[in-house]
Write a protein that binds this ligand. Structure first.
Ligand SMILES: NC(=O)c1ccc[n+]([C@@H]2O[C@H](COP(=O)([O-])OP(=O)(O)OC[C@H]3O[C@@H](n4cnc5c(N)ncnc54)[C@H](OP(=O)(O)O)[C@@H]3O)[C@@H](O)[C@H]2O)c1
Length: 296
């Protein structure tokens, strides 16, 4: 009689076996929340995973935790502060110097209700959520193209539906709204527009792009909501593993391999905001290019 299958046995991968064997991933903000759950999911399937994070201590702790929970040793840390374009360029250079292919870039890191400016003087949520990722993606685009088929997955939000457009002048000063949610919605609209325009620019290159809403997820992103509202609110939210499902779907599913530039929610396509027009996407791209041009 054959042994019963051990359905509970954890998958043990080393980066050279498993469904994602030989595939390389870079996840921004992979030290916590949805990003960490995404990185862990990719490592669990045998991917080679780089976690880009602004805190070395938190990034290395996440690497150690993911290695321990998945048995995959092919997980590494890269320093990245998206609020500083010099750090973004350094992160891209450090990755390129490894000589690795890059099959999937997951632009996941984000801030909400944050006030202030980035090092180069951009509204903080726009700077971190959009502009830093714009610079990172473009710096890695040659590598992604050379590694094709490759994907760029950008974690947006359904908050993007509440943005009515982009006031480009406002992106050069700190958020003024009382809740801080207006700037967040604009930054998440920028994520959608970026993904759409990137799809147009990478058509026929083998690079495909995806923007998504992860769901309402109990992560550190709610850290600025005061106690006791926060624990009550978080009880009804998705877990971070549930929140990583659509990122993992866009990063790996063969179902969407031929699609590009679309918006996803609950592992399914969803129409993005009507404000997300090709004209606005082109304007955002042009300005982002000017704003991220390396100093000569
Ligand atoms: N949670 C939700 O309900 C929800 C809903 C819609 C969309 N989202 C989106 O999902 C994504 C992940 O969010 P989350 O919920 O997992 O939040 P989270 O737990 O707060 O994680 C955010 C990640 O972004 C990183 N980050 C922030 N500023 C950074 C910077 N300047 N440079 C590099 N990394 C930086 C954080 O690093 P530190 O740990 O160092 O702060 C952290 O790793 C975000 O884009 C968010 O907008 C979340």
């Amino acid at each position: 009689m054959s042994e019963p299958e051990d359905l509970e046995a954890p998958r043990r991968q080393t980066g050279d076996t498993g469904e994602l064997a030989g595939r390389t991933f870079l996840v921004t903000g992979g030290n916590t929340g949805i990003g960490r759950a995404t990185a862990a999911g990719l490592a669990d399937l045998g991917g080679r995973v780089w976690i880009a994070a602004r805190s070395r201590a938190k990034g290395e702790a996440a690497v150690a935790g993911i290695k321990a929970s998945t048995g995959n040793e092919a997980v590494w840390f890269l320093p990245l502060d998206l609020a500083d374009l010099d750090s973004v360029r350094a992160c891209a250079s450090a990755f390129l110097a490894l000589g690795e292919p890059l099959h999937v870039l997951v632009n996941n890191a984000g801030v909400v209700r944050a006030r202030g400016l980035t090092k180069q003087g951009f509204e903080l949520m726009f700077g971190v959520n959009h502009l830093g990722h714009f610079a990172l993606t473009n710096a890695l685009l040659g590598c992604l193209t050379a590694s094709a088929p490759a994907r760029v997955v950008t974690v947006s939000s359904d908050s993007h539906y509440s943005a009515r457009g982009i006031d480009f002048e406002a992106l050069r000063r700190p958020e003024r709204g009382i809740t801080g949610l207006h700037g967040y919605a604009v930054s998440k609209l920028c994520n959608v527009l970026f993904s759409q325009e990137l799809a147009r620019r990478t058509a026929d290159t083998g690079v495909t792009t995806y923007a998504l809403h992860p769901g309402v997820v109990a992560s550190d992103i709610w850290r600025r909501v005061p106690w006791p509202v926060r624990p009550l609110m978080m009880r009804r939210m998705l877990t971070v593993d549930e929140g990583a499902a659509t990122s993992l779907y866009c990063a790996t599913s063969p179902d969407v391999a031929q699609d590009s530039g679309k918006f996803y929610d609950k592992c399914a396509e969803r129409a993005p905001s009507r404000v997300a027009t090709p004209e606005l996407a082109a304007e955002l791209w042009k300005r982002s290019e000017e704003w991220t041009a390396a100093p000569s």
